[in-house]
Design a protein around this ligand. Structure first.
Ligand SMILES: Cc1ncc(COP(=O)(O)O)c(C=O)c1O
Length: 458
């Protein structure tokens, strides 16, 4: 592991291989006889490492970064060795109670009031699914018992999120039996933030049509452009309409750890539930998602089921059995790695690293802005820059620019030195440079800029 981390920077971030080229390297059937650890580790170095996308590489500037920090890796090793299943208090007293401690520590670090409790899940997708299941239950339709299918007189249910909201919200609607059609995509403004007046109008139109609004999802740091929905105005509407307000801050939420950067979050303390992912920008190994909520009893109403074999007979004081708040029974001991990390870095160490990433993004944005051959396509409120090559003085069609920018990004990624990804903003092919890897330094961001300009020139 140490060797890998020492050398990862010298590997291509994305290996130059084609789909389907990895599987034939492995035997079609499992071994009948035990093999030596030497043989297994040789094959690990020969077959596994070279065919990985190196998320640990400091040139990983695609999607949103996930870094496994050293203390986080140690936490994963100890977690595996302890082998806890934190489904019931009894099956892991430490897994249960350290989760309560860590959730409370993170809540304080984010500057949220102590009315928020919560839990750790695998991903933001699961956290949002749980939040929307609770919202559905809180609507008083007794879906946990009666379901949705075949029920007469049940109005169509509606969930609201902006056109920029992450696909996990739509997937949650699919999974919860609401259907993708239940998600109303509220228009965004030219900065890709939800228009609150459009939200109000959509809710009013749906109510007039006999539909039943149940929840609003606001995103603080959208996936494409990291735009910020106006949370205070959305909270006003959710409150007035009696709707569950869920905040998806999976990527950007950690910025609230910096008191001087809290302004965009003002009002999120009025949410019913909030998701922030330690496995995105808090350097925690995948997986770790924090779901905070002021309404734990509603989560429990959505998921609690206690068969006899899970009943704890000999306890007097009520304890928390976390499986009653989630779709899964078995639960990893995720709190351990976060506890180790919070102690190793301290909040101050984490804040300094996040602040550095914010600065690097501003620096990159300023280089783009200063170059007449490039243009920025969205504001940079956090650590992600959206831009494209668009040479001044030459009026190229959008379709042409789309193709050229896709080629530029591909050429940069083929160098193996850095790895970028793309999105579409206002229909235009947009290159994204997202800083969030623990090991990314200024020189990596500078190198990305050199490679981009070289590719454009070529
Ligand atoms: C805003 C936002 N929400 C949710 C998710 C989904 O995260 P996860 O992979 O943890 O489910 C992402 C992923 O990038 C995201 O950007």
């Amino acid at each position: 592991m140490a060797d890998y981390l020492d050398t990862v920077e010298h590997r291509p971030v994305f290996p130059s291989i084609e789909p389907g080229s990895v599987r034939p390297l492995f035997p079609a059937s499992p071994p009948e006889r035990p093999e030596s650890l030497d043989a297994i580790l040789d094959d690990y170095r020969r077959l596994i490492e070279p065919n990985a996308t190196h998320w640990q590489h400091p040139g990983f500037l695609a999607y949103f970064a996930t870094t496994a920090s050293g203390p986080g890796i140690l936490g994963e090793m100890l977690t595996a060795a302890l082998g806890q299943n934190a489904m019931l208090w009894r099956t892991s007293p430490i897994g249960t109670e350290l989760e309560e401690v860590v959730v409370n520590w993170l809540r304080q670090a984010l500057g949220l009031p102590d009315g928020f409790d919560g839990l750790l899940t695998d991903t933001a997708s699961t956290s949002s699914l749980i939040a929307l299941a609770a919202a559905r239950e809180a609507a008083g339709l007794d879906v946990a018992v009666q379901g949705l299918a075949g029920r007469e007189g049940l109005p169509g249910l509606r969930v609201y999120a902006s056109t920029e909201a992450h696909s996990s919200i739509e997937k949650a609607c699919m999974t919860l039996g609401l259907g993708r059609g239940s998600l109303v995509r509220v228009p965004a403004d030219e900065q890709f933030a939800m228009r609150p007046e459009a939200l109000g109008a959509a809710i009013a139109a749906d109510r007039a049509a006999g539909l039943r609004p149940i929840a609003v999802v606001a995103t603080l740091g959208t996936t494409s452009s990291t735009s910020i929905d106006p949370i205070a105005a959305i909270a006003d509407i959710a409150e007035r309409e009696g709707l569950w307000l869920h905040v998806d801050a999976a990527y950007a939420g950690v910025v609230a750890m910096l008191p001087e950067r809290r302004a965009p979050f003002a009002g999120w303390e009025r949410a019913d539930s909030i998701v922030v992912n330690p496995h995105k920008w808090l350097f925690t190994p995948l997986d770790a998602s924090l779901l905070l909520t002021r309404r734990m009893p509603d989560l429990r109403a959505a998921f609690s089921l206690v068969p006899e074999y899970l009943r704890t007979l000999d306890r007097e004081t009520p304890v928390r059995d976390y499986n009653e708040y989630t779709p899964q029974l078995g639960r990893r001991f995720r709190a351990l790695k976060i506890w180790i990390q919070l102690r190793w870095f301290g909040l101050d160490g984490l804040r300094r690293r996040i602040a550095r990433h914010l600065e690097l993004a501003q620096a990159f944005a300023s280089w783009v802005d200063a170059d007449p051959d490039w243009e920025r396509l969205a504001p940079v409120p956090f650590s992600t820059v959206c831009f494209r090559w668009n040479p001044g003085g030459r009026s190229l069609e959008d379709a042409d620019l789309d193709a050229r920018n896709a080629e530029i990004m591909d050429a940069v990624n083929r160098t193996g030195e850095v790895f970028l990804s793309h999105t579409r903003l206002a229909g235009r092919f947009t290159i994204r440079l997202a800083i969030g890897n623990l090991r990314t330094e200024e020189r990596h961001v500078e190198r990305a800029w050199v490679l981009l300009r070289e590719a454009a020139a070529a």
